[in-house]
Design a protein. Structure first.
Lengths: 240, 297
């Protein structure tokens, strides 16, 4: 499980996170919702070791082993199974689909395992399998998102951090992506922390939800509880 | 075909290959970290002096010398990265330019102190000084060996970049360093690798250069380095095939300028070459094979 206690992160002179507390049980889908600039992406980047932690404790416990996230290099976090699927997909557009997936398993030397993982991705997203030699930049937005998720899965994540998976996608495609995430969670038990602007969708999917406001968690509960919370509705759901 | 023409074609191929060998390193390094390594040309000088020392010492068979020079260039290139570049990682790119420029001046002056400013003549092993006739022209063996080896290196490198895990990672870093990091790719290690591989090829060019012209000095790397950089720009910075093609375009134009105009013009060959670059860039600012760089988000 993931436990974040009193996380502080400073970017430049700005104190972006001022005491984030989160707990996500193994196998859960958690979501972090909030307005632009509230610190959602910063939280994910601290969790994947891309930003230095100014204060607080970040721990991931899997299979009896506890990782001190704040004191572990980003590379080792990937090796330990914390995989970050970044905002805007960030696939390698000039590389082929297959190469993108291979890079997901960059730290693994088990060729047979990698090949198996990649063929699983092709089964899950057949469109990727049909176009494996095509340059990833030629894929549509939704297909690129599938590739980004596939690339993260090949790394065999224990904790999958997803930053705005719905960004720039048509509603129907977004539903499809979220459906795939749900399947993944159910079938493989991957723990997920999803940052999302589409709060409605995220809350419907999530077992557990956190609302972040200017660097602090102001509300938490199950996805259902927050969906039914009038304050949340007004702030994040009313517009849509 | 007249024997004179054949001679000029061979010369162009040979000179173009040397530029290409050096240009590959420029292009690799730029491709990965968007940095022009101004000390890159000096690796040619280092390769030439290594060759000189190894030949003079008479301790290793000549066939082993190229391998040692490649290894030496690999280390020297990597050392430049470790000492000069790594220390400023995270600094703005302009700092990188200044640092590599300083490294170049430091290397040149160190060489002047250690090796003296006098140019040295030296004789390449007998085998390479052999000449033989092709269609009436009298061609030096080394002018054929140079393009052949260059082609081999280019093929090996292209295969490496296309097929191997490190090669795919290099392309990934070149395109999106942020996402590459998320894959667990250690960018520092790959940057070392491209400096080192570029260094090995530049040193090999130094070996050939010394064999072809028979004279070396501590400042010899500057002009070929600059011209190889031009070749990189002509081909499109960051494109490997572009760098190689740029090298040959430059080599052939330079030889054509010297070979087919009256001899009194040949002193202007460098002016001609740099003028050519300006013309090409006027028509294609991104170079012949370059892609227009997208602003990174």
């Amino acid at each position: 499980m993931l436990r974040v206690e009193d996380l502080h992160v400073t970017r430049g002179r700005t104190k972006v996170l001022q005491g984030i507390n989160l707990e996500v049980e193994a196998g859960e889908i958690a979501t972090l919702i909030g307005a632009n600039g509230a610190g959602k992406t910063t939280t994910l980047m601290a969790l994947s070791g891309l930003l230095p932690v100014a204060g607080g404790r970040l721990e991931l416990t899997t299979e009896g082993e506890t990782i001190d996230i704040g004191r572990t290099r980003a590379v080792d976090l990937v090796r330990k199974g914390i995989v970050h699927c970044p905002e805007g997909r960030q696939i390698f557009g000039r590389l082929s689909i297959e190469e993108n997936l291979q890079l997901g398993a960059y730290l693994s030397d088990d060729r047979a395992r990698i090949a198996r993982s990649i063929s699983e991705i092709y089964e899950r997203f057949p469109i990727l399998g049909e176009r494996r030699t095509m340059k990833a930049g030629n894929l549509s937005g939704g297909e690129q998102m599938m590739l980004a998720i596939g690339r993260a899965l090949v790394a065999q994540p224990k904790l999958l951090l997803l930053d705005e998976p719905s960004l720039g996608l048509a509603p129907q495609i977004t539903e499809e992506i979220f459906g795939a995430l749900e399947d993944l969670n159910r079938e493989q038990g991957v723990t997920m922390l999803i940052v999302e602007q589409n709060a409605m969708l995220a809350l419907e999917l999530a077992n557990r939800a956190f609302v972040i406001e200017t660097g602090r968690i102001v509300l938490n509960g199950t996805g259902k509880e927050l969906l039914d919370d009038p304050a949340v509705f007004e702030a994040y759901l009313g517009v849509g | 075909m007249s024997d004179y023409l054949i001679q000029q074609i061979v010369n162009g191929l040979s000179l173009g290959s040397l530029y290409a060998l050096v240009a590959i390193g420029f292009s690799l390094i730029y491709g990965v970290i968007r940095l022009v390594n101004f000390a890159h040309g000096d690796l040619l000088m280092i390769g030439a002096f290594m060759t000189f020392g190894l030949v003079a010492s008479d301790m290793v068979p000549w066939a082993v010398i190229p391998l040692l020079v490649l290894a030496g260039g690999f280390l020297a290139g990597g050392l430049i990265e470790r000492i000069a570049f790594r220390s400023i990682s995270g600094a703005p790119m302009i700092t990188g330019f200044i640092v590599t420029l300083s490294a170049s001046i430091a290397i040149q002056n160190l060489a002047l102190i250690l090796l003296g400013s006098q140019p040295r003549n030296f004789n390449f092993p007998e085998v390479f000084r052999m000449r033989f006739p092709i269609g009436g022209a009298d061609v030096a063996l080394i002018d054929l060996v140079i393009p052949a080896v260059t082609l081999l290196c280019a093929l090996a490198l292209t295969t490496f970049i296309r097929k191997t895990r490190a090669g795919i990672a290099i392309r990934a870093v070149a395109e999106n360093p942020f996402a590459a990091q998320l894959m667990g790719i250690s960018i520092g290690r790959l940057v070392f690798l491209v400096f080192a591989v570029g260094g090995a090829l530049a040193a090999l060019a130094g070996l050939f250069w010394s064999g072809k012209y028979g004279q070396i000095n501590p400042l010899m790397g500057f002009l070929p380095g600059l011209k190889a950089f031009l070749a990189t720009i002509i081909g499109g910075v960051g494109s490997l095939p572009g760098a190689i093609a740029g090298g040959y375009i430059l080599g052939f134009s330079e030889i054509a300028f010297v070979g087919f105009l009256p001899p009194e013009y040949s002193g202007y060959r460098d002016a001609f070459v740099f003028g050519l670059l300006i013309l090409i860039l006027l028509v294609r600012p991104q170079g012949l094979f370059g892609e227009v760089e997208q602003e990174r988000a």
